[in-house]
Design a protein around this ligand. Structure first.
Ligand code: ZN
Length: 324
């Protein structure tokens, strides 16, 4: 692999003035007076320790072993300057993970996860790569119970489930070959058809968009899921009431229809197929206990079956295959 780190002084183009060079700023957090190397990402410099970087990264270790800085090489306070191609924010996340290992933003923003995955891989720093993977595995579980706990009931504060972040993460996970989380992410995205087609706006006003191939995969999966639901999770609707109904039957029928209507009303609710059924049972429910119990049993059994099959809707044979 070509060494991704350049120790050469960056070339100045003809329009660049000495003032541009002076615009370089020092990191407040990572400027150690006993640091032995200055990393620079964009216009920000970080004075850190070669030994610390070399301890965690073979790539940095090899870079520092190549040679001592030649005379005339760019330096600051006697420390060689190493120019990185990453943004200042990315470099800060990496250093934070190396120097302040317990500090993890919660909920983790996309920029953090992206930096940890990309820099972890590029500089071969296994523990920061592992940390990002651990967060993603927690945020996008492959078990239904965990999915319901973390995503549907928003019980986890691991990440924020904004649509723009889901789309950015889908693209990143695909790019980084982290397929195990994709069935869950694709399902979350597919519930909003507008976002699938047009993308979703980020906080900075730009738009997160799926690539064309992923868009096709998700549209197909969504269509197949919608076709499947009436005969699986919502098959209790056809019963209208349980054969063992305690009555009055018309109250049970009315309530079951009310639940069904709640689940299907509105674009985002159409694919509420993995939401806990109790979220949809109205307060002051007038259905008898027998009808409710039967509906819950059919619904939850079918949810479990459909969850096992979820990866098939998006191009994987099984969760195992997505994980491998
Ligand atoms: Zn009943």
């Amino acid at each position: 692999m070509a060494n991704p780190i350049s120790r050469k002084r960056p070339r100045m183009d003809e329009t660049q003035t000495i003032n541009d060079v002076k615009a370089v700023r020092r990191s407040i957090t990572f400027w150690f007076s006993d640091g032995s190397v200055v990393l620079q990402g964009e216009d920000t410099q970080f004075r850190v320790h070669k030994s610390m970087l070399a301890l965690h990264s073979v790539v940095f270790r090899d870079t520092f072993q190549v040679s001592q800085p030649a005379s005339g090489e760019e330096s600051v306070e006697g420390c060689p300057v190493v120019h990185l191609t990453e943004t200042a924010e990315d470099v800060e996340y990496m250093l934070s993970a190396l120097y302040e290992r317990k500090k993890r933003p919660q909920p983790a923003p996309f920029s953090f996860l992206s930096a940890m995955l990309r820099l972890g891989r590029k500089y071969d720093i296994q523990h920061i790569l592992d940390e990002a993977v651990e967060i993603l595995d927690l945020a996008f579980p492959s078990s239904l119970a965990e999915y319901q706990r973390v995503v549907e009931t928003k019980n986890g504060d691991v990440i924020e489930y904004s649509l723009d972040m889901m789309i950015d993460l889908a693209n990143l996970a695909l790019d980084m070959s982290r397929h195990s989380i994709l069935p869950t992410i694709y399902f979350i995205i597919c519930r909003d058809f507008d976002a699938v087609l047009k993308g979703a706006q980020r906080a900075n006003g730009t738009t997160a968009k799926l690539d064309e191939n992923t868009k096709d995969v998700i549209i197909w999966g969504r269509e197949e899921l919608l076709k499947k639901l009436p005969t699986s999770i919502f098959s209790w609707v056809k019963r209208t009431s349980s054969p063992g109904c305690f009555g009055p039957r018309k109250n049970c029928v009315a309530t079951l229809h009310e639940i069904m209507e709640k689940m299907w009303t509105g674009q985002s609710r159409q694919l509420a197929c993995f939401a806990p059924i109790d979220d949809f049972i109205p307060s002051g429910c007038r259905a008898c206990s027998q009808c409710l119990q039967e509906m819950r049993a059919i619904h939850t059994d079918q949810q479990k079956e459909l969850w096992i099959e979820l990866p098939k809707y998006f191009g994987w044979e099984s969760w195992e295959e997505a994980r491998s």
